[in-house]
Design a protein around this ligand. Structure first.
Ligand SMILES: Nc1ncnc2c1ncn2[C@@H]1O[C@H](COP(=O)(O)OP(=O)(O)O)[C@@H](O)[C@H]1O
Ligand SMILES: Nc1ncnc2c1ncn2[C@@H]1O[C@H](COP(=O)(O)OP(=O)(O)O)[C@@H](O)[C@H]1O
Ligand SMILES: [Zn+2]
Lengths: 261, 261
């Protein structure tokens, strides 16, 4: 079967495919992807995560399964499962921990071209040769970036995407980049579910006051661009600890409730 | 003259070339580049910034000059200057604000290859055709990323680099990626000046307590990898405001003092 046919056959068994994107790196896109997947799995859905951020694949670590790997069978590659039986597919499973990234050994100025081509073929294989099984919600952690580079190309490899979730922090700089990626995503015909504002405030561990961390006006973007604000996540030490250690926050934690839309 | 010859001739007039890099995006690499340039310019040095992060060029905005541009002369392109006469060269000056990123109109899966090639040729032109003049310190804001992709390729285009500055935030995830980029940079023969830890703490605006924001042990990385810690920058609203508005912090601000090494 042609690779494209196999992608279609595998993706037909996935009911909803939700890309998670951000204009700039480091705004909490992977943290949001993981916590969304956990919130949906807790409600009984069959959930998967495709970590398409090939340069900084950190989903397996946030799910506590970075030392697992694929099981190769006749049927295809069976992905490892994390907490709540969430299936995870990531480049992180393909590299050994020491070198932990693929090295280009050819002429140095061809490396960006080689990397671009290789990334696309790895992603096509994730879609065509991984045994995803029946999945209700597949969350796709796209690499950071706006216009002409990777996110739209990767999204183009996956048939029938549903609405995308965009993650930002409330600074002018990050909101400026988000505006551009919203405009561009709409031009490509991607529907948008909404915006998640991360690091919206800080709860002081000494006196308990919730102080604003940053000045950016997310509300203005939400009304200017007519995109729903799905939730605001404060800066919280237990959240960064849960990502670092790969242990999901308790269901009752106030931040877990911010993800159950 | 061959392009490579022109690069050498221009770069011979720059005394110190200091790359600033980070494994992951969003850790404050551009903020550190801008504040380092300002600190050195305040001490009377002639300073330039090369914004080599082509996908998220935000140095002009942080320097308050995003509406300026190059002046094309016989001699070459004269870069705009920001506060303290710091020369800034950035892709941001080449795109119009609306579209604010270059769009690829060919077959969608060739876009990463085209982007990789185009980025390299834009950077070569920045190095060979910009009139830098006499510069004591040139800070180079490299794109985020570790191993095989852009940072090492871009660093390879510039002759005789001095020590590099690496920026991180104190989370296990970010420190893990930093470890890999330190190992890889050393393998490429790049000397390292040291590490800057950003978002190391938070000063509560209500009760004044400085609380730790994150758990990562930067101290452990500093001793394990034998790399000096150049400074720790807390999370501070006036700092994000100064980046968003393109107005440097006062010389007397406690954060400005953290940059005068
Ligand atoms: N609201 C938050 N509170 C505390 N730490 C956070 C928060 N959001 C993200 N982090 C931490 O910041 C780092 C970057 O987040 P990540 O999800 O990797 O960003 P991205 O995927 O956008 O690069 C991670 O170490 C994560 O644990
Ligand atoms: N210590 C800090 N305190 C407050 N805001 C910060 C701090 N460091 C960075 N920021 C803000 O976080 C955002 C990301 O910083 P930036 O320098 O663009 O990161 P990078 O270049 O690593 O992607 C910017 O909007 C900046 O203003
Ligand atoms: Zn307090």
């Amino acid at each position: 079967m042609e690779q494209q046919e196999r992608v279609k056959a595998r993706m037909n068994r996935v009911r909803h495919k939700i890309p998670v994107l951000s204009g700039k790196g480091g705004v909490g896109k992977s943290m949001v992807t993981v916590n969304l997947a956990i919130a949906f799995a807790r409600r009984g859905y069959r959930v998967g995560i495709l970590d398409a951020d090939l340069n900084g694949p950190c989903i397996p670590k946030m799910m506590g399964i970075s030392d697992l790997s694929f099981e190769i069978t006749q049927e295809g590659a069976i992905p490892p499962a994390g907490p709540l039986n969430i299936k995870v597919v990531s480049m992180d499973f393909l590299v050994t921990k020491e070198e932990n990234s693929i090295r280009w050994k050819g002429p140095i100025d061809l490396s960006p071209i080689w990397l671009g081509t290789m990334e696309m073929s790895v992603l096509r294989e994730f879609l065509s040769d991984v045994v995803w099984g029946e999945i209700d919600f597949l969350f796709i952690d796209l690499p950071p970036g706006a216009a002409a580079d990777k996110p739209p190309v990767i999204a183009g490899l996956i048939p029938d995407l549903n609405g995308a979730v965009i993650v930002t922090i409330p600074t002018e700089i990050s909101l400026g980049v988000v505006k551009r990626s919203i405009t561009y995503a709409r031009e490509l015909g991607m529907t948008l579910l909404g915006l998640v504002e991360n690091m919206s405030g800080f709860v002081c561990p000494v006196c308990g006051a919730e102080a604003d961390l940053l000045d950016g006006e997310t509300q203005r973007i939400v009304s200017d661009l007519d995109i729903p604000l799905l939730g605001s996540i404060p800066f919280d030490r237990s959240l960064s600890r849960s990502c670092d250690r790969g242990k999901p926050l308790d269901d009752a934690h106030f931040i877990s409730r911010r993800f159950s839309w």
